[in-house]
Design a protein around this ligand. Structure first.
Ligand code: 5GP
Length: 189
């Protein structure tokens, strides 16, 4: 059995999944992070090649046509996709790799890698809190905020298809739980 687990952290926008993934990577510097490709505009604090590979629409579509993506989705009007090369890198190094992807991307990874994938859904304690978190993040315009909120119901409805669901009450407790789940999965692999 391969030691590589594809640890997929997903959930609605504003649920805290990126913060959780960052903290898991801080605790486990040996895990890889799957740097996705996207056509969305880079945010100020983001680094190209670390947070995402920021691509033009043409570059992204080239990757689709040349089968370079393990999965991809159009979300809020932009392309996002996981690169096969990132997954191959993890399998070659026999290391686990963390994904921060949307719910549909997570389910695609499970379909493609049923043995290796471990799907963890991060749920906000309430829709009110999710709305507040997304507003406080100050990364969204009123339009992108509305687009993100429109998807929440669909996203929450897919939680049942995940291996585990964690409610993000506090960051530390959520990270501990995710860490525990990963530990258990790696031990039984
Ligand atoms: P954001 O624009 O906030 O960075 O990401 C928007 C959504 O796209 C989030 O739910 C994020 O997890 C998701 N996402 C990021 N990378 C990928 C990817 O490679 N594939 C898919 N399917 N979703 C992604």
């Amino acid at each position: 059995m391969s030691k590589t687990k594809l640890i997929v952290i997903s959930g609605p926008s504003g649920c805290g999944k990126t913060t959780i993934a960052t903290e898991i990577l801080r605790r486990h510097p040996d895990y890889f992070f799957s740097v996705s490709g996207t056509t969305r505009t880079k945010r100020l604090a983001e680094i190209d090649g670390k947070d995402y590979f920021f691509l033009t629409k043409e570059q992204f579509e080239y990757k689709i046509q040349h089968d370079e993506l393990a999965e991809w989705e159009q979300i809020y009007g932009d392309y996002y996709g996981s690169l096969k090369s990132e997954i191959e890198r993890a399998f070659s190094a026999s290391t686990s790799i963390l994904f921060d992807v949307d719910v549909n991307g997570a389910l695609s990874i499970k379909r493609k890698y049923p043995q290796a994938a471990l799907l963890i859904f991060i749920k906000p304690p309430s829709i009110e809190l999710l709305t507040e978190r997304l507003k406080n993040r100050k990364t969204e315009t009123p339009e992108t905020f509305a687009k993100r909120m429109e998807r929440v119901e669909m996203e929450l409805g897919l939680a049942v298809k995940f291996d585990y669901t964690i409610i993000n009450e506090t960051l530390e407790q959520a990270v501990d739980k995710v860490d525990e789940i990963i530990d258990r999965a790696l031990q039984s692999a």
